[in-house]
Design a protein around this ligand. Structure first.
Ligand code: TRP
Length: 448
């Protein structure tokens, strides 16, 4: 069967950037910065992007492009080609399941964003105070039926697109909407700069204070580097499998990683200047953007419209990311069974929707149900995927590409000159695995 391919390099960049840029940048990174002590976290996060994220993104793309298959069959075939154990295929299988676990909470948060489009459009941010804004958000979390409605809509949007296949125009929308997201962010940033306390935000995010670097901050920063770049579960591998051979993997990776990281940090600056100007707590957690941004939109001229546009773009960014979370699993079913794409989307959609129902309830009715380590359902899914499953997936991919695969095959795909190839090898074979392994040792209490 002839695989469909991206029309050119830009569609691949935009689709992969569409996967990478999402709630991770706009919703998660800002609040994690606050929860983990500000600049210490930012610095470690940037280091993780450079020393782990970029090399492993190259690795994941090269595995996908070489295999030209979904992660499970792809790993199976690469292992065969390298004369390695057939067990490697389960690495692909683990990734596909991880994607579904992530989508279970991603879709619920995507639903919050949809809800905020309507809130902005109906003027409920007008002249809102900081405490009203927090109350608003808490009220949303306390209403299971409303959350459920939005979660359901988000799931339908996601599965609807996946059911129609990769080349169906979504990546065209990316062409306009990702740049539009950047543009509106600049407006927001300009506005936050004029009404907020940009100086305090900058100091909070970028003044290095190494005494604040805690093991937990390192752990979360590493996990978030994976989450933010969509690494470790095969999403990028699948997109890579649709990539033509003449495109430079290294250059594309760098564009995507830089755009992704910059976007997250810009949102962070906009949010923290509002936080400090309004005496809000930087460590508010997952509600942070929903509590702070409405204050700015409520004060700026045309804020209802700009706020609506902003949340629409965020919803779009979340949508293109969500798609990449299920595409690997769907590709696997379609390529291995007689089941039709649409049918498999329906089945997967229902399963993930049910998981999302549990997540919805964990914000209200089931708030006190703890799964492990005193974490509720939402936190458990988030921590399990970001700090364990994604880094584990990345570690194994790095080991496979670095030690099991034939070096010439790797070089064939990467097509780098000697120096860059050596640099990739050092990061992929040593630095990234050691960093991830160190974090795991800490996580399992081996080092304190
Ligand atoms: N990177 C996306 C974000 O920042 C989320 C995402 C999409 C993802 N696909 C993924 C995370 C695959 C991990 C693995 O919002």
């Amino acid at each position: 069967m002839q695989r469909s391919h991206w029309k050119n390099r830009w569609t691949f960049i935009l689709a992969t950037a569409g996967s990478a840029i999402g709630l991770g940048n706009i919703w998660k990174l800002p609040y994690m910065i606050g929860v983990n002590g500000g600049s210490a976290f930012v610095l470690v996060f940037i280091a993780c992007i450079f020393f782990v994220g970029i090399p492993l993104m190259m690795t994941e793309i090269l595995l996908g492009r070489r295999a030209q298959k979904n992660p499970f069959n792809g790993m199976q075939q690469l292992a065969q080609e390298a004369d390695a154990s057939h067990l490697w295929k389960y690495l692909g299988g683990m990734g596909m399941l991880t994607g579904l676990l992530i989508l279970g909470f991603y879709s619920v948060v995507g639903g919050w964003v949809l809800a905020y489009i309507v809130k902005a459009a109906t003027g409920s941010f007008s002249q809102i105070s900081a405490s009203q804004s927090s109350t608003n958000f808490d009220a949303l979390l306390a209403s299971p039926l409303i959350l459920l409605g939005w979660h359901t809509l988000f799931m339908c949007m996601t599965m609807g697109v996946v059911a129609r296949g990769v080349n169906s125009g979504l990546e065209k929308a990316n062409n306009i909407l990702i740049p539009a997201l950047f543009a509106i962010l600049l407006v927001l940033l300009g506005y936050s700069m004029s009404v907020g306390d940009m100086q305090a935000a900058y100091t909070f995010m970028f003044t290095p204070d190494f005494s604040k670097i805690t093991p937990v901050a390192v752990l979360s920063a590493l996990g978030h580097a994976f989450f933010s770049l969509s690494l470790g579960m095969g999403a990028v591998m699948v997109y890579g499998s649709y990539l033509q051979r003449n495109v430079s993997i290294a250059r594309t990776t760098i564009y995507i990683a830089l755009a992704d990281t910059m976007l997250g940090l810009l949102v962070g600056l906009a949010i923290y200047s509002l936080v400090f100007a309004n005496q809000l707590a930087p460590n508010a957690g997952p509600g942070l953007i929903f509590q702070t941004l409405p204050i700015a939109f409520g004060q700026m001229p045309g804020g209802n419209f700009i706020g609506m546009l902003f949340f629409m773009l965020v919803a779009f960014a979340a949508w293109t990311s969500a798609i990449s979370l299920v595409e690997p699993m769907v590709a696997w079913i379609v390529e291995n069974t007689q089941i039709k794409r649409a049918t498999s989307c329906l089945g997967i959609g229902v399963a993930v929707w049910l998981l999302g129902v549990a997540v919805v309830l964990s914000f209200n009715e089931w708030k006190d149900i703890k799964i492990v380590f005193n974490l509720n359902i939402f936190d458990t899914l988030d921590k399990l995927t970001s700090t364990i499953l994604l880094p584990l997936g990345g570690l194994l991919m790095a080991i496979f590409a670095g030690y099991a695969m034939n070096k010439n095959h790797v070089q064939d795909e990467l097509n780098l000159n000697r120096h860059w190839f050596t640099l990739w090898r050092v990061t992929n074979n040593l630095i990234a695995p050691i960093a991830i392994f160190g974090v795991f040792l800490y996580l399992f209490g081996v080092i304190q």
